[in-house]
Write a protein that binds this ligand. Structure first.
Ligand SMILES: [Zn+2]
Ligand SMILES: [Zn+2]
Length: 647
């Protein structure tokens, strides 16, 4: 009788098998569908080939395309097929590394003097498809170091030999499919035939092992999918992302400016971008006022000592601008956080339990030092404005305040039609010395956060170990119009700062107590949020955010006076209107304003003057007919109605 092993499945059930059973055999035992779709298998946490015999008790997970590990195995295998195609089309090419990445895979190669062209990529795609169709197995072979060294010496693959030098004396594995053999840990999919729908995306330069001292290799990026539909969707999303890129639209629509003369990562808001930003600020300010927040304004720098008290200095020194030291020795820091300033406001007078909660809000600008290579448009900058607020409350008010901040955050995202995923970020019980504050309060806060989320019917998941040093938090991830995820605002509970700043209030018992603080920012930062909005709307902003809401276009000079009076009437209602009375053909002007994504055009000819009306065109819809100016104003105010009370 052969030896038995115990296999435990993801749902906790287990079953006995003969030792040496493979992932493929286990999958076949479960269902034919699973066997067909299986790509790799986790065995006690390590991802393996399905064909590798399992000889010990093991917890297993079978991976298909639907899991990250499944995709990773699929794409890494695709990289091997690409390498085989390269070797076939360009014999003598030397190979660096070829991993799977978040979306697809790449291979770094040395082709001597040849620079790859778009035509080469096309031919490689065809070759990959042809090779994949042969549906040959990926075979794993464990070899001695010497054997591997001999193979790559004979082949003349200097990069593989260099990699091998790091594994001296160790057991080496090689993978073989068709006519190609690679030095590789694996795992791989069972056969090449599973790879279909190939697209080689781009070529880039990459230094061998990431060092400028080494040779520059050519990196080919590619992606593959099981179905044509998935490939088409992916390519569409890439094109959409390019079209919506806020860095490109920011210039075209004159929203913001990034200039080396001002400094990297220090965006300048142009008049049109400022309108969007102010509309957002007014919107949130109004909503906050309705919810009992008070606005405050604090300086852009603060005494260094205050940041020593908070611990932001020196602990986060690397992400801050260096302190400013004056002649008399006084030191200041460009503020990396607004919190310490707000704590001073709280502490500036005695507080009683009757005063709580105190909710202080500020559009506060902060400065953080990002490496220049990390800077990116409006989304990674060195100076940005947080829609910050701090809520100081008693412990028995915490749950209610959490609910109120979550409600506001949900309201904000709903306004922009963004889908939200919510994560309750808890502490990691195995790593307790990572966290400050009192353990009992932590437990209570985690419980209350969860209760609040349940009572509000939130769809959430729990992220163990995602809490910050000073308390548990709720993180919101939103999906934009093309399905990309952005991490936005957080609601953060803080037990540490009240201690450090010795904040207190007098309770109903007449004794002193520490309040608890909630830090929250629904937008996160105005810069990043506007960057996201530009891409989310592809620059086609809803009327309440559009920098120019309508352009008035007289057809000829003789309508110029009437047009001016229409502009005045609309502007008097607070609408953002431009007049375009340039001496150009009307068709040309319409096309131009359509390109600028202006929501409305108001066209005026002789006929409109005679009937005392205007002819209206809507962006993307075209002519929507004639109406009086009063009717147009009515239409605008209805379209803005949700936000019209946002002064
Ligand atoms: Zn490999
Ligand atoms: Zn804060």
């Amino acid at each position: 009788m052969s030896e038995k092993i115990k296999i435990t499945f993801p749902d906790g059930t287990h079953k006995e098998f003969d030792s040496g059973i493979t992932g493929t055999q286990i999958a076949e035992g479960i269902s034919r569908g699973l066997a067909k779709n299986a790509l790799s298998i986790s065995v006690n946490g390590e991802v393996w080939d399905l064909s590798r015999p399992i000889r010990t008790d093991a917890e297993i997970i079978i991976h298909t395309w639907d899991s990250l590990q499944g995709k990773s195995t699929y794409w890494h295998s695709s990289a091997h097929i690409m390498a085989e195609a390269i070797e076939s089309n360009f014999p003598g090419t030397k190979f660096g590394i070829g991993p799977a990445i978040e979306n697809g895979f790449y291979y770094d190669i040395d082709m001597g003097d040849h620079s790859l062209t778009a035509e080469d990529l096309k031919q490689l795609e065809d070759k990959m498809t042809e090779l994949a169709k042969r549906d040959v197995p990926f075979e794993r072979k464990e070899v001695s170091w010497d054997e591997a060294f001999e193979y790559f010496t004979k082949k003349g693959d200097q990069y593989k030999l260099e990699l091998l030098n790091d594994f001296k004396g160790k057991q080496i594995s090689m993978y073989h499919q068709g006519n190609f053999t690679d030095l590789c840990y694996g795992p791989h999919i069972p056969t090449t035939g599973k790879v279909k729908n190939v697209k080689l995306l781009s070529i880039a330069g990459a230094y061998w092992r990431g060092s400028e001292k080494n040779k520059m290799l050519q990196r080919i990026y590619g992606i593959t999918f099981p179905t044509k539909q998935e490939l088409d969707d992916y390519l569409f999303r890439i094109e959409e992302a390019k079209r919506r890129d806020h860095r490109k639209l920011g210039v075209e629509l004159e929203l913001f400016l990034l200039s080396p003369k001002v400094g990297g990562g220090l965006p300048i808001w142009l008049p049109k971008g400022t309108i969007i930003r102010e509309a957002l600020e007014n919107f949130l300010r109004t909503e906050q006022r309705k919810r009992g927040y008070q606005s405050v304004v604090t300086p852009h720098i603060g005494n260094l000592q205050m940041y020593k008290t908070s611990g932001h200095y020196p602990y986060y020194k690397d992400s801050q601008f260096a302190p400013i030291t004056m002649e008399d020795g006084e030191q200041f820091l460009l503020k990396p956080m607004n919190c310490p300033h707000h704590h001073q406001i709280y502490a500036s007078k005695p507080r009683s339990y009757r005063d709580l909660p105190v909710r202080l809000a500020e559009f506060g600008t902060v400065y953080r030092y990002e490496q220049s290579g990390e800077l990116n448009g409006l989304t990674r900058v060195r100076g940005f404005t947080q829609d910050d607020a701090h809520i100081y409350c008693a412990h028995d008010q915490l749950k209610d305040e959490i609910k109120r901040t979550v409600e506001l955050t949900q309201f904000v995202f709903k306004t922009f039609n963004m889908q939200v995923t919510t994560r309750l970020s808890y502490r990691d019980e195995k790593n307790m010395d990572k966290y400050g504050g009192n353990a009992e309060y932590w437990d209570r806060a985690q419980k209350e956060i969860k209760e609040a989320a349940d009572e509000m019917g939130l769809d959430y998941f729990i992220g163990v170990g995602e809490a910050s040093f000073y308390g548990p938090k709720i993180d919101f991830m939103v999906k934009d119009a093309i399905g990309r995820t952005w991490q936005l605002g957080t609601v953060q509970v803080d037990y540490v700062m009240p201690e450090r700043f010795e904040l207190e209030y007098t309770g109903s018992d007449g004794l002193k107590h520490r309040p608890v603080i909630i830090h929250r920012a629904p937008f996160g930062s105005m810069e990043r949020f506007v960057g996201l909005l530009i891409e989310h709307y592809a620059g086609e902003f809803p009327l309440w955010l559009a920098p120019v809401q309508a352009v008035v276009l007289p057809i000829t000079d003789s309508q110029s006076e009437y047009a001016k009076s229409v502009v005045t009437k609309l502007q008097e209602k607070g609408l953002r209107i431009e007049l375009d009375d340039r001496n150009e053909k009307i068709g040309y002007k319409i096309r131009e304003h359509e390109m600028k994504k202006i929501p409305y055009m108001v066209v005026i000819g002789g006929k409109e003057i005679d009937s005392n009306t205007v002819s209206v065109r809507q962006h993307k819809k075209g002519d929507i007919g004639g109406m009086t100016v009063e009717q147009l104003i009515q239409r605008f105010s209805e379209e803005n109605s949700v936000y019209s009370n946002t002064n």
